[in-house]
Design a protein around this ligand. Structure first.
Ligand code: PGA
Ligand code: ZN
Length: 439
């Protein structure tokens, strides 16, 4: 590793036009004395956030960006983090991240802000990879102790609801899962073709084809069962595109159910208030009608009793993913593993705030046999770190939006580059990942 020479932060805009933190870390070049290698990173931002997430520091000054400015976090990087780290030589990413955590001194990064810490953590990793002339994904693989050759299955969110759209759908994400292909590029092609086919289907039904935060359509279905209408339209788009439903392409949901609970154990759903049991029964019914392979945050992050029941009922044939439930936090995940809650975890760097803690959570998941899914946030940037992280850790799945909006496509394009660079060494996670769930 090499010495940190410079740390710089600035306020930039994310995909929703709100401010976020960008950081540059420069380190000594290991080959050319006197030269610097600079890594740059941008931090994403969620909308349907879990309560246990690390703190995203916002200025709260209503005269700027509706209070969402990040000048305080930028100042923390420049005035508190930089002076203490510049001139130091961290031999490992984990030592840098330990220093960041020590500087902050709180369990949820509420002192300096997780957005300040994460920007430095990611930019430092990139700078070190550059200094050593190793591509970022391979640098991560070396650290994580994995081959770094698996291209992930894309979980593509082609209908947006919940907090990411204004269309009355309680469920936030309707995803297609093109798993039955030999290569990532073929899976991505299928996903994009299905997305375009869906547009035609929605147009025929007289529905809007404007897109939501993650680039999926956000139609206002008018029937009594809008969720089934959405699932039906997607299945038709898959078949009409010439792909085999339930053989090549599957469906996945992210309910983000914490967003539609009534706080007393009930769920506001299609004009009714449902119990946890009724929500589970609804999912069970859908899984019979449609090839649903994965359900994320199917119940609220506070409904651990319901989650235990859901895992017993659906967990044998469905991937059950904890996002708001686990918030990429090893302590929360451990609690889930100990209580046999869920069987997979969504991985979001900014939920926990450093690269090292993210990797620690992923290791814990892998040891317990839980699957890991690398994820974007609904507020994104052109940064493609998660693509490198997905391949570098061989995690097998990535959730990074639909086949539109450059903030989402940037990640897919980076994965295409990685597939090309890996050449014959590249493998695609593919159907074998879901073998256990085959009905
Ligand atoms: P968020 O949504 O980034 O708004 O939290 C993504 C998700 O819930 O998976
Ligand atoms: Zn989610």
């Amino acid at each position: 590793m090499s010495k940190i020479k410079l740390i710089k932060a600035r306020e930039v805009l994310d995909s929703r036009g709100f401010p976020t933190v960008e950081v540059e870390v420069s380190v000594d070049d290991t080959r050319f004395a006197g030269e610097l290698c600079t890594g740059r990173a941008m931090v994403p931002s969620g909308a349907s956030t879990g309560e246990g997430e690390a703190l995203e520091l916002r200025d709260g000054d209503l005269k700027r960006y509706q209070g969402k400015g990040v000048l305080k976090a930028v100042k923390n990087v420049q005035e508190k983090i930089a002076p203490s780290l510049i001139g130091r030589d961290f031999q490992l990413q984990s030592l840098l991240d330990d220093a960041l955590r020590d500087l902050d001194g709180t369990p949820n990064k509420s002192n300096l802000g997780a957005n300040a810490l994460l920007g430095v953590s990611m930019a430092f990793l990139r700078a070190q990879a550059l200094a050593q002339r190793i591509p970022t994904d391979q640098f991560i693989a070396t650290h994580f102790g994995t081959p770094g050759t698996t291209l992930p299955i894309p979980l593509m969110n082609i209908i947006n609801g919940g907090k990411h759209a204004d269309n009355g759908l309680a469920i936030q994400e309707f995803m297609i899962v093109p798993a039955g292909f030999d290569r990532f590029s073929e899976a991505l092609r299928a996903g994009a073709e299905i997305f375009h086919r869906l547009k035609k289907i929605l147009q025929k039904q007289g529905l809007s084809t404007g897109v939501g935060d993650e680039g999926g359509f956000a139609p206002q279905f008018t029937g009594a069962k809008p969720h089934e209408q959405a699932l039906t339209a997607i299945c038709q788009a898959i078949s009409d595109s010439g792909y085999q439903l339930g053989e090549q392409v599957f469906l996945a949901l992210d309910s983000a159910a914490s967003e539609f609970t009534d706080g007393q154990g009930g769920y506001h759903f299609e004009g009714q208030t449902l119990t946890s049991e009724q929500m589970i029964a609804t999912y069970g019914q859908w899984a019979k009608q449609f090839p649903i392979i994965s359900i994320e945050d199917g119940l609220s992050e506070h409904d651990w009793k319901g989650w235990a029941m859901m895992t017993r009922t659906l967990g044998t044939y469905c991937q059950l993913v904890g996002d708001d439930l686990f918030v990429t936090n090893p302590i929360q995940l451990k609690r889930g593993i100990d209580n046999q809650i869920a069987n997979a975890i969504l991985i979001k760097l900014n939920q926990i705030g450093t690269v090292t803690e993210t990797l620690e959570t992923m290791k814990l998941a892998a040891h317990a046999g839980y699957r890991t899914i690398m994820s974007h946030r609904s507020g994104e940037t052109e940064d493609t770190f998660i693509a490198d992280l997905a391949v570098g850790t061989d995690c097998g799945q990535i959730k990074t939006g639909s086949a539109s909006r450059t903030d989402r496509i940037a990640k897919y394009n980076q994965l295409l580059r990685l597939e090309e660079r890996l050449g014959d060494r590249a493998s695609f996670a593919g159907l074998k990942l879901y073998e256990k769930f085959k009905k």
